[in-house]
Design a protein around this ligand. Structure first.
Ligand SMILES: *Cc1c(COP(=O)(O)O)cnc(C)c1O
Length: 387
């Protein structure tokens, strides 16, 4: 099988599996005072310290959660609550956010917040002046994703965070697609909160992190016990925290070489397909096609393509029967007959947007995979277009 859906989930890394296996006997409750508890606590705090070091944070700024969705929801709801206490009920975001952000914002709008979603360019970018112009005295939060999961565009988060800091507005970023893939330093980015998820870089499912800047006000989504320094109640998911930390360590240590390899593979794939089917639309960064491009404006491994006159899901199913795993839009919208909100935000009409697939590569993909995928996609698209 050729797996090319790494943006939906990254296969569990062997180092994560080994770290988790080695921790299976740490059954103590990390909150217990006895030896069994202390052993578990030590492993948990070891994982926290590793994660903190790898994202340029201090351990006290790391909160373990159940995943990216919870981290986003917790950060956004906390900022909304604190804003509302000061009479601020305006929230600024973008039209291309992940559903975990958009649906939380939608819920807040039903609860009386005013949500404004900034548009993106036809390449999928927003910029800091756009954010600056839209901030109001009653803005409670700005939340902009670091990289988009469907088209791979990387936003200028450092600049946007600086604008928000100058204006005294809390800033959150959904960094689920960047942590473990490109260099992310939470302190240097200057954000108040930042979320990411273990399974997107080879850790287990069901564990995520919320970085909360020291001094940033925070009210937990799940109050209760005093775990995670009162920021997320519930007995900690020690095994998954250990797995996430081990996966992140390997991901960060190998990211430079992997990034060059993946940019070269994805540019080869995009180039091959454009040669064979010139009417293809490449969504996101207008690629420079150089394997050595370390462009900060797009992820090296995501290729989003729109084909005329076909159904992206039909193509995904046909590829699957040939042992090639890719995605139509994103995993989070799979099975929905609606076109992707990200692709339509680029200006494509809904009908055309349905002809989109996302290929997201990983370090296990080879030149041979690219050749096989090119051949299969060209043949199946031609077939579907004739249909
Ligand atoms: C996958 C993803 C999430 C959700 O993370 P989970 O851990 O699956 O809840 C949030 N944001 C982005 C950009 C994602 O790609």
């Amino acid at each position: 099988m050729i797996y090319a859906d790494y943006a939906a989930t990254h296969p569990l890394r062997a180092v994560a599996r080994e770290a988790m296996t080695a921790s299976l006997d740490l059954w103590g409750n990390p909150s217990s005072l006895h030896a069994a508890g202390r052993n578990a606590r030590e492993a948990l705090e070891g994982a926290r310290a590793t994660v903190a070091r790898l994202i340029g944070a201090s351990p006290s700024e790391i909160v373990f959660t159940s995943g990216g969705s919870e981290s986003n929801t917790a950060a956004i709801r906390s900022a909304a609550l604190h804003g509302a206490r000061e009479g601020k009920r305006h929230i600024l975001s973008t039209v291309i956010e992940h559903p975990s952000v958009l649906n939380t914002l939608h819920a807040l709008s039903v609860e009386g917040f005013e949500v404004a979603l900034l548009p993106v360019t036809s390449d999928g970018y927003i910029n800091a002046p756009q954010v600056a112009a839209a901030i109001r005295p009653d803005t409670a939060l700005v939340t902009v994703m670091h990289a988009n999961n469907e088209i791979g565009t990387v936003q200028p988060i450092r600049e946007i965070a600086a604008v928000c800091r100058r204006r005294g507005v809390p800033f959150h970023t959904d960094a689920v697609q960047t942590v473990g893939h490109i260099s992310v330093n939470a302190t240097e980015l200057g954000v108040d909160t930042l979320s990411f998820s273990g399974h997107k870089f080879g850790g287990p499912h069901g564990i995520g992190v919320l970085y909360v800047r020291k001094g940033a006000p925070f009210t937990p989504l799940i109050p209760g016990g005093h775990q995670e320094a009162g920021r997320r109640a519930g007995t900690e998911n020690l095994l998954c925290a250990v797995g996430l930390a081990a996966a992140l360590e390997e991901a960060v240590n190998t990211m430079d070489g992997t990034g060059v390899l993946l940019r070269s593979l994805s540019n080869a794939l995009a180039g091959n397909l454009l040669n064979a089917i010139p009417s293809i639309r490449l969504n996101g960064c207008p690629r420079c096609m150089s394997p050595y491009c370390d462009s900060p404006c797009s992820l090296p491994h995501i290729v989003s393509l729109t084909f005329d006159g076909i159904d992206g899901e039909a193509l995904v199913y046909r590829l699957d029967t040939e042992g090639i795993a890719v995605s139509a839009g994103s995993a989070c919208t799979a099975g929905s007959p609606d076109p992707s909100h990200v692709i339509t935000a680029l200006g494509l009409d809904p009908e055309t947007a349905l002809g989109t697939i996302r290929i997201s590569l990983g370090a296990d993909n080879t030149d041979e995979d690219i050749a096989r995928m090119t051949e299969a996609i060209v043949r199946l698209v031609t077939d579907l277009q004739a249909f």
